[in-house]
Write a protein that binds this ligand. Structure first.
Ligand SMILES: Nc1ncnc2c1ncn2[C@@H]1O[C@H](COP(=O)(O)OP(=O)(O)O)[C@@H](O)[C@H]1O
Ligand SMILES: [Mg+2]
Length: 175
């Protein structure tokens, strides 16, 4: 007699991709979700660092370049088993990964501005991030790389939104 794993070789565990402009609350939500579900939080920037995919330091953008040719296959492989809550500001590099839901966080300009200020952003960096949110750059990117049926756009302005987003994800995992 065939075992269940032979009959159903696919692993049913889901991966959720959490995207949004810096400051929209991805890490905060990811930590809350990881605390109440079986999903493991995978922050793409940290993953890139741990897997030696960082290139040279970009003075203008104030961050390290990431060697995407090296990173993408590692991500594809790591995410194959499912069970991850993947956090990154954009989703292009995740396009060929197993992703079952893309959650796009959106924050109104006033609270986002305050959060980025509190993080110490100023000048061009602050402006660019505000513009990114206002122009819905991350949302457009999600629609260009993933099927719209997989994309949920959710508000992330306050504590109530946070609670509701945790509940949304719990319900999604139960289906
Ligand atoms: N739903 C929310 N309501 C109010 N403040 C929030 C919310 N989500 C995040 N924050 C705050 O906004 C700031 C940025 O959150 P963070 O999770 O680091 O964003 P990201 O990972 O998207 O850059 C933090 O100070 C965090 O406490
Ligand atoms: Mg973060």
């Amino acid at each position: 007699m065939e075992s269940a794993s032979q009959l159903y070789p696919e692993n049913p565990k889901k991966n959720i991709l959490l995207v949004g402009t810096p400051g929209t609350g991805k890490t905060t939500l990811a930590k809350r979700i990881a605390a109440v579900t079986s999903l493991t939080h995978l922050e793409v920037g940290k993953f890139a660092e741990e897997h030696n995919c960082l290139g040279s330091y970009d003075e203008q953008l104030d961050c390290f370049e990431i060697e995407e040719e090296k990173l993408i296959p590692l991500l594809v492989n790591a995410l194959k088993p499912g069970g991850f809550l993947v956090e990154y500001h954009g989703c292009e590099w995740l396009a060929s990964c197993k992703i079952d839901l893309v959650l796009v966080l959106q924050t109104e300009t006033a609270p986002l501005y305050d959060r980025l200020k509190a993080r110490g952003y100023s000048g061009r960096k602050l402006e660019e991030n505000m513009e990114c949110e206002i122009m819905q750059i991350i949302l457009d990117e999600a629609y260009s790389f993933f099927d719209e049926k997989l994309i949920w756009v959710v508000p992330s302005n306050n504590e109530q939104d946070l609670e509701e987003n945790v509940e949304r994800v719990k319900r999604f995992l139960e289906t």
